[in-house]
Design a protein around this ligand. Structure first.
Ligand code: NAD
Length: 364
């Protein structure tokens, strides 16, 4: 099949890690008989340098015209880069926020998987890490507290700040559908996380999830409170498959999940629209401290490319091939610097491009 992918390498290590993900996708195309047409665009600091703004209308149009977008990361070192002397709306990060909004991306996916070879990087107790985990966070991205009405006023001589948490039925329904569809491609369990013992918005959330669950008989729906989930993620993360939640709870829990997974360089992410379109990027930033040295870990971006194949192109077998290649490379003892354990014997340190080559070689 033929697919169009717009790539946004971005700043810092972005171009290095996107080049490796593209190499792997090209190999997938060769092995499985697909044609991926790539178009590269600028966003972030490099776009400020070229056009005076972090995101141009042309870049937005080129993203919209694609079947999916693969991104590296954007931004520089705050305090050192002249990009941060600009007003906030002209800085690199403003480009990313505007792009997500322009593309209507409301569903954020962040998987946290513990690879057996990287268990030592997991901060959980050894007996818990030993059991492993593979959790997918599905977070609502465009509603709730962060987008609600807010104000700060003076009442009776003191300052009073108000934020409002609003969810419409339709906003909950579309994220519930995504969560169940994703669970169908995984272990068929959704844990919907809320605070229904206190919040009205959570009670509506729970009701709509229960209604939507009826259309997915092969998926089990569980409800959990957010405080209890924060605890259970530390105690027994292996119990979870898909965790679905609203914007702020998801913001907090997805960082907790990233932490227990141990290695930032291994964490992919996706932001999806209602149809199959999505933007895929590693969870980490542009790592200006190691940019241009060919030492960044490209695996999170390569795993983001696997998510792109699975969720935007419905190419599950091809996505499995990439994910299996990553597991195999780790099992063979190949590492980039960030996931290297100096005390472990038999490991081989690879550069960014060598890691990309290894994964591409293993695509079968
Ligand atoms: P960062 O994630 O870039 O770096 C944190 C640490 O992790 C650094 O030591 C870095 O070297 C390391 N690291 C990150 N990714 C790595 C990889 N793939 N391989 C090896 N090591 C890796 O976070 P930061 O330093 O706080 O931010 C740097 C810039 O990135 C800032 O401008 C920030 O705004 C931006 N940022 C962008 C995104 C995005 O584009 N979505 C996300 C987060 C941060």
């Amino acid at each position: 099949m033929n697919f169009k992918i717009t790539t946004i390498p971005g700043d810092g290590i972005g171009p290095e890690i996107v080049a490796e993900a593209r190499k792997v996708l090209e190999r997938v195309g060769e092995v499985y008989g697909h044609e991926f047409a790539f178009e590269e665009v600028l966003m972030g600091g490099c776009s400020i340098d070229a056009y005076g703004e972090p995101l141009t209308d042309e870049t937005i149009e080129k993203c919209k015209a694609a079947d999916a977008v693969l991104m590296g990361s954007i931004g520089g070192k705050v305090g050192q880069s002249s990009w941060y002397e600009l007003p906030p709306e002209k800085r690199p990060e403003a480009g990313l926020l505007k792009l997500r909004k322009s593309l209507g991306l409301f569903c954020n996916l962040r998987p946290a998987k513990l690879y057996p070879e990287l268990k030592k990087a997991c901060p959980l107790k050894e007996d818990i890490a030993e059991q492993g985990f593979d959790v997918m966070m599905v977070r609502e991205l465009t509603g709730g507290l962060y987008f609600g009405y807010r104000k700060t006023e003076t009442v009776d001589g003191e300052e009073v700040a108000t934020d409002t948490l609003t969810y419409r039925e339709s906003e909950i329904r579309r994220i519930a559908k995504k969560a169940f569809e994703i669970a169908e491609k995984r272990n068929r369990k959704v844990t919907s996380v809320d605070k229904a013992n206190v919040l009205d918005s959570s009670r509506l959330w729970r009701k709509i999830f229960a209604e939507e669950a009826k259309a997915y008989e092969n998926v089990t729906l569980e409800n959990a409170l957010v405080d209890s989930t924060a605890m259970q993620l530390i105690r027994n993360p292996g119990q979870f498959d898909v965790v679905a939640t609203e914007n702020m709870f998801g913001d907090i829990l997805s960082d907790e999940m990233a932490e227990i997974a141990g290695s930032l360089g291994m964490l992919p992410s996706a932001s999806l629209r209602e149809d199959s379109f999505g933007l895929y990027e590693p969870s980490g930033g542009s790592a200006p401290d190691i940019a241009g040295q060919n030492i960044a870990n490209p695996l999170a971006t390569i795993l983001s490319a696997a998510m792109l194949l699975r969720y935007s192109f419905n190419l599950g077998k091809e996505a499995d091939a990439i994910e299996n290649a990553v597991s195999e490379v780790l099992a063979q003892g190949f590492r980039t610097g960030d996931i290297m354990d100096k005390e472990e014997k038999g490991l081989t340190l690879l550069h960014t491009d060598e890691m990309g080559d290894k994964i591409a070689e293993l695509i079968k």
